[in-house]
Design a protein around this ligand. Structure first.
Ligand SMILES: [Zn+2]
Length: 292
């Protein structure tokens, strides 16, 4: 058993409370290798911004859990070396799909886990989430749950269609599971192809797709039901077009890749959204740099 506190990590409780008070959101960056971790920690140390490092189950398998644990501990030490005296770094499991996986992460130094039962029937999602919460809270590890289905592909998580979160369910779900934060579905999606061209309009000047707005009405309803409760947005990369262009002019093939515009993310961050997940953007930046 490795407790995250011994690695210098923190859970999400305090960072979310401050984010809600301050009207901002914490970035949760997925990482798969040392270079991505270096970039994330450098940027966060420079701005002294709390950060969530997250790994999917696939990334965890790829990295090896022992190596990962020391990478997280190394990230804390590296941040200090860069002049960030008290780094606020959380190590989080993204899209845990079983109790066993979440337990194993809690036991190996993660400070936060997500249990994603969103594809299960409602009562089964509650039962699974509650079981994870009961285990994780014994070690002061925070738990993110999910209600509503996001479209797109992330590791082994594939969904053809999205279903917006039903605001009428969130009080019951949060109360009965005891989860610390809730991922909701309001039109974001996983991957570099968040929208089909037919969902978008096209900017006549640039020829680029302009995505449809997020369902802020659903977010507002959720916020009314659960005032001050931390809400999480998955699939929120902005898919910077400068990287897409670099990739495409250097032999890549990402036509019409489009993400969530930054002004929409900023608007969401001012509300109850206090964790914004970013994965595709780091992959695009990495790929663009390699291809140049
Ligand atoms: Zn996700």
């Amino acid at each position: 058993m490795v407790n995250y506190k011994d690695l210098g990590l923190v859970n999400t409780r305090e960072m979310f409370a401050k984010a809600i008070d301050g009207g901002y959101a914490i970035p949760a960056f997925n990482f798969n290798n040392m270079e991505q971790l270096q970039a994330i920690i450098k940027a966060c140390a420079e701005t002294k911004s709390p950060v969530i490092l997250q790994v999917s189950s696939g990334a965890r398998k790829y990295a090896n859990q022992t190596l990962l644990r020391y990478m997280a501990e190394g990230a804390v030490e590296y941040a200090k070396e860069l002049g960030w005296e008290h780094p606020q770094i959380c190590l989080h499991l993204d899209h845990g799909d079983t109790f066993e996986l979440c337990k194993s992460c809690v036991d190996f130094g993660f400070s936060s886990v997500m249990i994603d039962g969103s594809s299960l029937p409602y009562e089964e999602n509650i039962a699974l989430t509650k079981k994870v919460v009961e285990y994780a809270h014994q070690f002061d590890v925070t738990v993110e749950a999910e209600l509503g289905v996001l479209a797109g592909v992330e590791d082994d998580v594939v969904a053809e269609e999205s279903h917006y979160t039903k605001p009428e369910e969130v009080i019951d779900f949060a109360t009965r599971t005891g989860c610390d934060s809730l991922a909701i579905s309001i039109g974001t999606s996983h991957g570099a192809y968040k929208f089909k061209p037919e969902q978008c309009t096209r900017d006549p000047k640039t020829g680029k797709l302009v995505p449809p707005p997020l369902a802020f009405d659903v977010l507002e309803e959720v916020e009314k039901k659960l005032p001050g409760f931390p809400i999480v947005l998955h699939g929120s990369s902005s898919v910077p077009q400068e990287y897409v262009d670099i990739i495409n002019t250097h032999g890549g093939n990402l036509p019409d890749a489009v993400g969530i515009p930054e002004d929409q993310l900023r608007k969401a961050a001012k509300s109850a959204v206090c964790k914004i997940n970013i994965d595709s953007d780091s992959r695009l930046a990495f790929t663009a740099a390699v291809r140049v």
